[in-house]
Design a protein around this ligand. Structure first.
Ligand SMILES: [Zn+2]
Length: 409
């Protein structure tokens, strides 16, 4: 076993163990007593249900993650990568087409293996806890649309990246960087109008108290909006949410229909103020800039490693290729990606606190945001007391009790 194989294997095992430890600590922290700001609000039976929900999801996560590691290691050490490569090469297509086939087969196989888990999560776990609204028709249509989008949008980009690394020599990485950046911006630009409507219905919010309150508030913070949209989130789940998407003239504020049903106008306004806060505090721009920077680093490192012999030896590959190099580099990159991910999540948690504060200050109603957060976490059966290690590894938002404390402070 060479050093590259050792690093990748160690990363896979450590990642599995670390997440398992965080899960375990998270479960050990569960208490029957409802924590302070939720006392009297949270029905004890429902609170126990939220803990049950966490347990069921954690145990299921272990099975799914364990299965993935076993399959991955089996494929690797069973010499699956070179076997597949031999077969693909036997058709004697060029390097780009061969790359698309090779990667396509791996992606499809991964998708098929995870499909039963996704079916179980939706139709058994979410169903059992009363969240699921997805019908089999919706589920299968989502799958078909997802595959179609991957083929129409993903394949041309992948072909371009493969071609650059195949033919553009030392310039490949920054050619790719420009192409991928333009592509990401383009997709974000068309997503609200072209892609998201494939999956959900977006209707402009009806005239009325809520709409006038939103427009009055947006005017008060100098935030130009054309409209607010309601999304039929209830088509898939009873869970609720709100988000902000797109940029320029195409940007949209979206409220789930499930959210509108459960909250007062003041609470909805507080949630929207939080979303607008992300924009006003330039978090959205910051996220985009960091994403582009990270892409540059990944592509530069890829250009160094894509033809490194040790990488191919680690996976028993007799012949080098750009496409296999990309896959193997992806695995070698995962430890660095892990640390970058931790940093990005830390930043995200800080931004969430800032957006909460923006909402509280500009609506002059911190109580509304607190009430909204309480309702949201009870409704979605969120874990109120996650373990700090679990938060550090997985949370993009601070735990709800921390957010409430910050808003009250
Ligand atoms: Zn937020």
């Amino acid at each position: 076993m060479n050093i590259i194989a050792f690093i990748i294997l160690l990363a896979i095992i450590l990642d599995f163990l670390l997440n398992g430890l965080a899960d375990y600590l998270n479960l050990k922290r569960l208490r029957n007593e409802v924590p302070e700001p939720f006392k009297g609000l949270y029905d004890p039976d429902r609170y126990r249900r939220s803990q049950q929900y966490l347990k069921v999801n954690t145990h299921f996560g272990w099975i799914a993650a364990g299965f993935e590691v076993v399959v991955m290691l089996g494929f690797w050490f069973g010499k699956g990568f070179p076997l597949l490569d031999q077969w693909v090469r036997s058709f004697e297509f060029g390097p780009v087409i061969s790359g698309l086939i090779y990667m396509g087969i791996l992606v499809i196989a991964k998708g098929l293996l995870s499909l039963p888990f996704s079916v179980y999560a939706t139709f058994v776990i979410e169903e059992r806890f009363g969240f699921n609204q997805t019908t089999w028709t919706t589920f299968l249509l989502d799958l078909a649309k997802g595959v179609l989008l991957a083929v129409l949008l993903g394949m041309p980009l992948l072909a371009a990246v493969l071609a650059f690394f195949e033919y553009a020599g030392n310039n490949a990485w920054w050619f790719c960087w420009i192409a991928v950046t333009l592509y990401m911006l383009g997709v974000q630009f068309i997503a609200p109008t072209w892609i998201m409507p494939l999956f959900n219905k977006f209707t402009p919010l009806d005239d009325g108290e809520l709409k006038s309150a939103i427009f009055a508030y947006a005017g008060s913070i100098n935030f130009p909006i054309e409209n607010v949209y309601v999304m039929d989130g209830s088509r898939r789940s009873r869970k609720s949410n709100a988000f902000f998407t797109g940029f320029g003239r195409h940007r949209r504020i979206v409220l789930f229909d499930t959210l509108i049903k459960q909250h007062t106008t003041a609470e909805l306004l507080a949630v929207l103020a939080h979303e607008m806060g992300h924009y006003k505090k330039r978090h959205i721009f910051q996220g985009l800039a960091l994403g582009i920077l990270q892409m540059g680093i990944v592509l530069y490192l890829l250009s160094i490693f894509v033809s490194y012999q040790g990488l191919f030896d680690a996976f028993y590959m007799p012949q080098k290729s750009v496409y296999a190099g990309m896959i193997f580099f992806g695995m070698l990159y995962s430890p660095l990606g892990f640390f970058i991910g931790l940093f990005m999540q830390m930043l995200s948690r800080k931004n969430e606190t800032e957006a909460d504060r923006f909402s509280a200050e500009t609506t002059r109603d911190p109580g509304a945001m607190v009430a909204a957060l309480k309702k949201l976490s009870m409704h979605n059966l969120s874990n109120l007391l996650p373990h700090p290690l679990y938060v550090f590894l997985n949370y993009s938002h601070p735990p709800v009790l921390e957010r409430i404390r910050a808003l009250q402070g």
